[in-house]
Ligand binder design. Structure first.
Ligand code: ATP
Length: 376
């Protein structure tokens, strides 16, 4: 029967390509619906991220996957095994899930090696030593194996916390704002480092953050949440260029809305001219708002259209200009920072939009404002 046996194993492996399934999850705290019909899936080795404003329910989804909260409705499967359903949940320690928290939660009285070894259930001292050595190398902390947490920098503690959570080879790693206590500039760098560590060990992970740059740096799939609901689950590119709704369009990146009317099946008309392109979210009717990203607006001295600079923010390599059109509508324009224009100046612009992202009216309003930190 070896062939049959091998066939069954093979079939099971195919099935196990999906590592995490969350199906129509609902979690209530008394009268508050913290998670409302959330559905998502992660394949083996994928890194997912839940992104959204404070209080939108991200952490509650993570805690329910870990087994610290029970769902009111829906179910959760890890490697095709049901771990939660309405009113029932497998205890956290039986889920083969690792967790990394914002404050790292390292044991202060244990050195780096012992912190990493803590979660290993193996009775063999040799096997435990081998796994710890492997992880020390992976997170590049061999030189600190005898150091105690208080002797480490924040970034080093973070790598130890990650190694400790990865040590027992969990089926799923959950990371709750793991870079939250780091400086903003460091976070993106750390997110990239952690991504490559998880990749090296083919770990499936779900991260929670409110920082979109961290999400972009780390995740294959990002879910944007608001008020308990998952508005969209997709790649960073999809969220930016094909936002499912106005909330996602507003939350991800920057942009403004410009009134538009239908000019043809693949074209629309705005005060900046007529544009053809792929209409992302085709709506009924003839009047819409077109989402315009700062990188859609090209500063071009030879262009026929001009707009007046009403604000500008210095971003190092670029200036983010806020421009007023003759109608009074405003758009954002990202221009290389050697194009140094002053507030009040008129500059030539043209629009280069590939994806036409339309939303139903109400009237045009800026959906995102540039920050006020510019040099004027
Ligand atoms: P943040 O980014 O601020 O951590 P979040 O998106 O992770 O927010 P959650 O912590 O999941 O949000 O909280 C979602 C909602 O549920 C919030 O309104 C919160 O106040 C509420 N909540 C969370 N935990 C509990 C609890 N144990 N009891 C009652 N309400 C809770």
């Amino acid at each position: 029967m070896p062939l049959l046996f091998r066939g069954r194993i093979y079939g099971a492996n195919l099935l196990l390509r999906i590592q995490l399934t969350v199906e129509q999850l609902v979690v209530d705290f008394d009268v508050l619906r913290a998670v409302d019909q959330v559905t998502l899936q992660l394949e083996r080795g994928q890194i997912g991220c839940l992104l959204g404003p404070s209080g939108c329910g991200k952490t509650t989804v993570l805690r329910t996957i870990a087994g610290f909260e029970l769902p009111l409705q829906g179910r959760i499967l890890i490697r095709e095994r049901e771990v939660s359903r309405a009113g029932w949940g497998l205890p956290p320690e039986q889920r083969r899930v690792g967790m990394v928290f914002q404050d790292y939660a390292l044991f202060p009285h244990l050195n780096v090696s012992d912190n990493i070894a803590f979660g290993l259930s193996t009775k063999s001292v040799r096997k435990s030593r081998e796994r710890v050595a492997q992880l020390l190398e992976l997170v590049d902390m061999q030189a600190y194996q005898k150091a105690y947490p208080h002797q480490l920098s924040g970034g080093q503690q973070q790598r130890v916390a990650l190694a400790r959570a990865m040590a027992p080879r969990p089926d799923l790693l959950l990371l709750d704002e793991p870079f939250g206590s780091q400086d903003a500039e460091l976070r993106e760098q750390l997110a990239k480092e952690v991504r490559s560590l998880l990749r090296e060990d083919s770990i499936t992970a779900l991260l929670v953050t409110h920082d979109q740059f961290e999400a972009f740096a780390m995740a294959d799939c990002i879910g944007v949440m608001n008020r308990g609901q998952l508005h969209q689950w997709g790649s960073a590119y999809e969220l930016y260029h094909r936002p499912a709704d106005l909330f996602v369009g507003d939350f991800i990146g920057q942009g403004t809305l410009l009134p538009a009317t239908r000019a043809g099946s693949n074209s629309i008309r705005t005060e900046l001219g007529e544009f053809s392109g792929q209409i992302v979210n085709d709506l009924n009717g003839d009047r819409f708002n077109l989402l315009i990203r700062p990188d859609d607006v090209i500063h071009d001295d030879t262009a026929n259209t001009t707009a007046k600079i009403v604000d500008r923010a210095f971003r190092g390599a670029e200036f983010l200009y806020t421009l007023a059109l003759p109608s009074g509508n405003r758009i954002l324009c990202m221009a290389p920072s050697h194009h140094d224009h002053k507030v009040g100046q008129e500059i030539g612009i043209r629009l280069d939009v590939e994806h036409l992202v339309l939303f139903a009216e109400p009237a045009a309003t800026p959906i995102d404002k540039p920050d006020e930190s510019g040099l004027d």
